[in-house]
Ligand binder design. Structure first.
Ligand code: GLU
Length: 549
């Protein structure tokens, strides 16, 4: 077979040579311990938390080494692409502080000397290498129809053989040039297939950076390199792009592990040095007593957008994902409270092989602690930013009452043991609500063991006594005085014989607390009342009295 002629026949428009392309992608100017990684999503408009996790792992791995982390858009499957998908990816990752050194950008431009970074704009490059493979007799056209392929599969199934297009089953592997010309003249579409080795069961070991030793059985399938529209498959584009863009480490989901034999073979056929591979296990979730993958369909928390909508601070999400990535992160964090997460000695080898277990409660905990350490100004600014996008009512209130809100947010903050009421910005509206008439919902958690009438009386009496000028002690003295006047005793006395008294002083302060805020659990009540001011407190007491009627 005249393979030069075949190549010219199949890809007549390709005039470049691989050498010309290679010249445009020189080795990177990096030391041998400075790594190059990439995040390579399809622009489908959905980012799974596993995608953010993988991006973080790639980013950390490259940047820890002083290397390069870039974004490549894998848009060869136009059916899956959505409008604005690239901007969405870049934005979503930027929201979590994950930034690229090179690649596609939000505005459709790109930065970096190793582009284009969108596969759909690289078709000429793939075809140039494809042409070379044809010339070398390592690739051939296949005109088989869907029906023919089905037919092959059925026969293989009946014979209990490995399904696929390979060896003697590869019907068009041995077409003569004249037959190929005939097909082309008839306008028959074709895919380009790799001519894989036949009848080999060569095995070797591969050392995956996360999974350790894995066994590779040499690929014998004549896999598709170019689809009938001339666009490459993932396998082919991956080999060429990661070679040209000088990726040192391909860190990706373990759904690709089974394709590793194909990829290593492609690198060899193309004469490229393969990158080091690291396959990440999917993030898992407990479902009853069994573990399953976090699912886009079943779990809202599978979408990165969820964390943004709920208003988890980006640092909390990153901290949490790092605990999933390396189990020693938590200990490190405990010992290095003030250090940036970027100083953590992240390691691929320490990643879980069985799949890290996702736990929203733990993220919530991390987030709570983080927010508790923020000052009132920071909480205000973050909430404002979140509310602008997700809660117009809260946004308006925050803008209108800026100084007042900061005063409220300062309650219980900046102290030895700060309060932990807020775990995400979406909690703030509820947390603050009783401070503003616009948000106060008039729902009361009055204790159920007290008579409505007695609570009403208590509040009426208290209204006459309350004075915002009282300091903490003066304030409490009045609560005690009120208690005594209605036969409620101190806690100790009450506990000795609960049936002997109608209640204790704690009950009285709870009733006041609920009357003012609606809730039983709030920060320091005296401070809250001082923040609300005399007039508002009296109004609230009045409102509660009416509600109890
Ligand atoms: N586009 C592939 C995916 O989204 C990328 C896999 C890789 O990182 O190589 O699964």
């Amino acid at each position: 077979m005249d393979t030069m002629k075949l190549a010219a026949l199949l890809l007549p428009e390709i005039t470049d040579t691989p050498a010309q392309i290679e010249a445009q992608y020189p080795s990177r100017n990096l030391g041998n311990k400075q790594y190059v990684t990439r995040f390579a999503p399809s622009p489908t408009g959905f980012i799974h938390i596993g995608g953010l996790f993988a991006a973080l792992v790639c980013e950390r791995f490259a940047h820890r080494s002083g290397g390069i982390f870039y974004l490549r858009i894998e848009d060869t499957d136009k059916k899956r692409e959505v409008e604005g998908g690239i901007a969405e990816i870049v934005n979503a990752l930027a929201q979590f502080g994950i930034l690229f050194d090179e690649g596609a950008t939000q505005d459709g431009q790109e930065v970096g000397a190793y582009g284009r970074y969108k596969q759909s704009e690289r078709v000429n490059i793939y075809q140039t290498y494809a042409k070379q493979l044809i010339e070398k007799g390592l690739a051939y056209p296949c005109f088989c129809t869907e029906e023919q392929l089905n037919d092959i599969r059925q026969k293989q199934e009946a014979l209990k053989l490995t399904p696929g297009y390979y060896g003697e089953w590869a019907a068009h592997r041995t077409l003569a040039l004249a037959e190929i010309e005939q097909f082309l003249n008839d306008g028959k579409p074709f895919v380009l297939r790799l001519k894989a080795p036949e009848n080999t069961d060569k095995k070797f070991e591969y050392n995956d950076s996360i999974r350790g030793k894995v066994e590779i059985v040499e690929n014998t399938q004549d896999i598709v390199l170019l689809k009938s529209d001339g666009v490459p498959t993932y396998h082919f584009a991956h080999a060429i792009d990661d070679h040209l863009m000088r990726t040192t480490h391909v860190i990706r989901g373990d759904e690709w592990l089974s394709s590793l034999p194909i990829h290593l073979q492609l690198f060899a056929f193309l004469g490229f040095t393969p990158p080091q591979y690291a396959h990440i296990s999917p993030i898992m979730k407990m479902d009853g007593s069994s573990k399953r993958k976090l699912s886009k369909r079943k779990d809202p928390e599978a979408a990165v957008q969820y964390y943004h909508e709920q208003g988890y601070p980006k640092q909390a999400v990153i901290e949490y994902l790092l605990t999933l990535a390396n189990s020693n992160y938590e200990d490190w964090r405990r010992d290095n409270k003030q250090t940036a997460h970027t100083d953590f000695p992240f390691s691929l080898q320490k990643m879980s092989v069985s799949g890290a277990l996702f736990d929203l409660a733990k993220l919530t905990d991390i987030s709570k602690n983080l927010i508790a350490e923020m000052d009132a100004d920071t909480v205000y600014q973050n909430t404002l930013q979140w509310a602008e996008q997700y809660d117009q009512k809260l946004y308006d209130v925050l803008v209108k009452h800026e100084a007042y809100t900061k005063q409220i947010l300062a309650i219980g903050r900046g102290v030895q043991k700060p309060r932990k009421d807020i775990s995400k910005w979406a909690d703030v509206a509820h947390y603050l609500s009783y401070f503003y008439d616009e948000l106060f919902d008039g729902q009361y958690e009055f204790p159920t063991h007290l008579e409505k009438q007695s609570m009403q009386k208590m509040l009426e009496q208290y209204s006459v006594m309350y004075d915002e000028l009282d300091d903490n002690t003066g304030w409490f003295d009045k609560v005690k005085a009120l208690s005594e006047s209605i036969g409620f005793v101190d806690m100790k006395t009450y506990k000795k014989d609960p049936t002997a008294y109608p209640g204790h002083v704690g009950d009285v302060s709870t009733v006041i607390r609920v009357a003012v805020t609606g809730r039983q659990n709030t920060p320091d009540l005296h401070t809250i009342m001082q923040t609300l001011r005399q007039q508002k407190v009296l109004e609230r007491l009045q409102l509660a009295v009416s509600a109890l009627k």
